[in-house]
Each structure stands twice: as C-alpha cells, then as structure tokens.
Design a protein around this ligand. Structure first.
Ligand SMILES: C[S@@+](CC[C@H](N)C(=O)[O-])C[C@H]1O[C@@H](n2cnc3c(N)ncnc32)[C@H](O)[C@@H]1O
Length: 458
C-alpha cells in the first residue's frame, strides 16, 4: 500500500539530508556483530572454571542461566570484559556501518515525538548502546533540527550492563565530562553531558530509568538476552540444560531434564506445533515494562533485530570472527556455544510473535518489517542520491555504495534484520467526526508512522 507521509516528516528528512556536513563513514568490514576469534590457546579459562564449579555445586543449569553467565557475569562476562573493545573486538552492526542508519532513526524519533503532540519532555532511552554510535548519530540529528525541538527538554538515558562499554559510550557522547557514581548501588551509575549540554545517564536496568514521555530504541539488544530452550519428547515438553560432560570434565554438554521444569510447564504455549522452542522470558519482561511505560507516560519503542514470527526452532549460536557459526542443540554433540564460554558473543533470533503477545493489548504493535523496507520508507535512497551527487572522490563513492548495499541488500542485512514498534494507541487513533446535529471539531489525521509506511517525496 502506498500512502503519503505527512509533510512534517518530509521536512524533518530534508532538514537532515540537506546538511552539507561531511559524511563520516565507518569501517564496513562485515555485517552483524564482529568479535575477536575464540582463540583456544589464548582464551582465559576463568569462565569455564567458574561454570564447572557452579555446575558441580548445583547440577545442570538452564540455557538461559548459562547465557546470562557467559554474557553478563560481572567479572568474566563477554560484554563486561575489557578485551572485547580492542581493535579485534569491535562491534560491526548497522550503526557502525554507516551514520545514515542512526540519522534515519533520529528522524523516526522526532517524527514520533511530533506525532505525540510535541510533549515538553523527550527522554531518549537506548537499551544496549554498544559503542554509543547510534545515540551519537541520533543526537546530531537533534542538533541539526534544534528549531523543531524548540524548547523541549531532551535527556538521554542508556541502559547498559557493561561498565567497560559504558566508559566507551561516555567517551563518544560526552567526551571527558562523565563521572561514575560514588556508591556502587546508585541507580544512575554514571552521568555526563553532551557538548550541546544534554544530560546523559547510565543505568543497569530499564526499571531504574525515570518515568516520563520516552522514545525507546533497542538495536541488536534482544538477541543478546538469555533464552530458555525446550525439546518436545514422547513424555511431553522438557527443558534443555547445560551440564559437565561426564567423559571430559573440562567440557560442557547439553542434557534434557527427565521431568518438566517450572519453565517448561509455563513458557511453552499450549498449542505449540514445533518440536523445539526457544523462549526469551527476559525479553518478554522488558517488552512488558516498555508497554506499561508507553501506556502510562506516552512514547514509543523501536526494536531492531534479527528474528522470526514464532516459526524457527534452534537458533542459539556463536557470533565470531565475521563468521556466522551455526551450532545448535540437535544431534547432542559438543557444540560451539558450549566451547570456550566467554570468549565470543552468544545470540538467538528474536521471536517477534512472543514479543507481540507479551506486550499485550495496551499498546499497538507495528511490524516486523524488514530493515530494507524500513530504511527505504525512511528515505535512504533519497539520502544516498544526494550524497553521491555531492561526492567526487571515487573511494568515498565506493564506500558509500558498499555501506548502502550492506544495510539494504536482501542477501545481507536488508532482509535478515527487522524493525518492530510499540506505540501508544492514541498515536494511530482515527480522527473524530461530527456526529448527528452536533458539530464536533474534527482533529487532524494522525501522522503516519514513518518507516512502517511507504514514504513519498511529492
Ligand atoms: C549486541 S550489542 C549491540 C550494541 C549496539 N546496540 C549496536 O547495535 O551496535 C548488545 C549491547 O547490549 C548490552 N547488553 C547485553 N545484555 C544486556 C542486559 N541484560 N542489560 C543491559 N545491557 C545489555 C551489551 O553490553 C551491548 O552494549
């Protein structure tokens, strides 16, 4: 369906696109998240040691607990360790490939803020901000469109579990101005200020972010949250757990519980037809929190990730060295997800149907639409044409084209990544019409939701 975006969104886009500021291009090495290769010889054994002693003490742990320990353990977790930030450990995600990605999301945020009637307060909340590049690109759009934001009080709130990454984000967004909290139990564990004077605060949990009109962004965040895995057996659903391999005490293996667990009894949908299911209960809780905040305080959430509509089965895997290592549970072999824990990133596809179900009816859900569709609807082609028209340098042109291709090509990130949004119901409400004899004022039609509606530059 083709429809026309409001003039206001088009004006936002042209305000950003007409900027003559030089375009910085980030290294476009590969798609997805690139991590240092799990070098067996050098890997620190501490995580494996920690896990084996835990397993000896408690018995098998759920895959969710394994993933939580491996990724976010406060001492040895993958996201918490410093060495993932070195030259070999960079994130290479869409915001890192090209600044256009963050700019278009910046336009989306402003468009939703305008669609909500330009509230006096705008909290930009990002979950899992990585290096801070996406927030930085969004804030540049805010400063280019300062005349639109006018007197609105803008603040930035980052939910980040990794102190090491928070330092990197602080450097990107606030230079040397940020300060860590004195006490360890402070809800805001770091504070700073951007060059334009916007306050930036860091939290460990979404729950700690103050209430108020907020636009939430989560790019490649939900896929990093722990999943439970369940296997259909002749006796019913059973949970997949992680245990020590009895034949090799320094190796881990998957086992299936002999009887149902609380999780297998509660998380698997009654009419589930698949034989193997992954459930990200933590993601469900976060989506419920987002939905509640949007209902109570207004705002919207934009979630971008790879995922499916409740159709896939075994997607748990390692992201490593630019190579998409498929691992999986089936076959009951020793799998890469269990080898060298803590030395590489673990991930699982996001089940958007589960997120929609857990969001409940209080909010409207849009999408998922593919990244290609979303970026094209947001005007990435127009932006590219303008950049190429003004660019004479052959190598910059080549890089522009290759970054565009990486983000939008269906074979690359274009169809693998999806955008999904939670909105306040009033955002999509149809205008009131005059009824009977009484002349009621007809409110203007709501702005179409950018990105989820095809954009037309008229
Ligand atoms: C895969 S990276 C994505 C980074 C960034 N959004 C990007 O696209 O470049 C995941 C991010 O989420 C953070 N993270 C992972 N689990 C988290 C949790 N449970 N709570 C808060 N942050 C988390 C990581 O430290 C990291 O910043």
């Amino acid at each position: 369906m083709r429809s026309f975006l409001g003039l206001k969104t088009q004006q936002l886009l042209s305000g950003v696109f007409s900027s003559s500021a030089a375009v910085r291009w980030r290294a476009a090495r590969t798609r997805l998240l690139c991590t240092s290769s799990p070098d067996e010889g050098k890997r620190p054994p501490s995580m494996l040691r920690h896990l084996t002693s835990k397993l000896k003490a408690t018995g098998p742990i759920s895959v969710a607990e394994y993933m939580r320990e491996v990724l976010t353990n406060p001492v040895t977790g993958y996201y918490v360790k410093n060495n993932m930030l070195g030259p070999d450990g960079d994130f290479i995600t869409s915001p890192e490939i090209s600044q256009i990605f963050g700019e278009l999301l910046g336009v989306w945020i402003l468009s939703e803020w305008m669609g909500a009637g330009r509230p006096k307060q705008l909290q930009l909340v990002e979950l899992g901000p990585g290096k801070g590049s996406l927030a930085s690109d969004v804030l540049r759009v805010f400063s280019q469109l300062q005349s639109v934001l006018c007197e609105a009080s803008v603040s930035v709130h980052l939910v980040e579990v990794s102190p090491a990454l928070s330092r990197l984000q602080a450097q990107t967004l606030t230079g040397d101005s940020s300060r860590e909290a004195d006490a360890e139990d402070e809800l805001v564990y770091r504070r700073g200020e951007t060059a334009a004077g916007l306050p930036v605060s860091w939290y460990r949990r979404l729950d700690d972010v103050p209430t108020g009109f907020s636009i939430f962004i989560a790019h490649e965040f939900f896929d990093a949250l722990p999943i439970h895995k369940f296997q259909r057996t002749e006796k019913g659903w059973r949970e997949v757990m992680v245990d020590i391999d009895p034949e090799k005490s320094d190796q881990l293996r998957f086992v299936v519980t002999p009887s149902p667990t609380l999780a297998s009894s509660t998380f698997v949908h009654a009419d589930e037809r698949r034989d193997h299911v992954e459930v990200c209960a933590e993601g469900g809780v976060i989506v419920q929190q987002l939905a509640r905040r949007i209902v109570e305080d207004g705002g919207a959430a934009l979630i971008a990730d790879y995922g499916h509509e409740g159709t896939k089965t075994d997607t748990f895997r390692v992201l490593s060295s630019n190579v998409f290592v498929r691992t999986g549970f089936k076959g009951h072999r020793l799998h890469d997800v269990l080898a060298s824990p803590g030395s590489a990133d673990l991930t699982a596809d996001v089940d958007f149907s589960y997120l929609r179900r857990t969001a409940g009816g209080g909010v409207a859900c849009l999408g998922p639409v593919t990244q290609r569709t979303f970026l094209k609807n947001m005007g990435i082609d127009t932006r590219m044409q303008a950049l190429l028209r003004n660019c004479r340098d052959p190598s910059t042109r080549k890089q522009l084209i290759s970054s565009y291709d990486m983000l939008t090509n269906p074979e690359k990130m274009g169809e693998r990544f999806h955008f999904f949004s939670l909105l306040h119901h009033s955002r999509l409400a149809t205008p009131t019409r005059a009824t009977g004899m009484k002349l009621e004022k007809t409110s203007p039609a709501p702005l179409p939701v950018a990105g989820f509606t095809e954009l037309s530059f008229s």
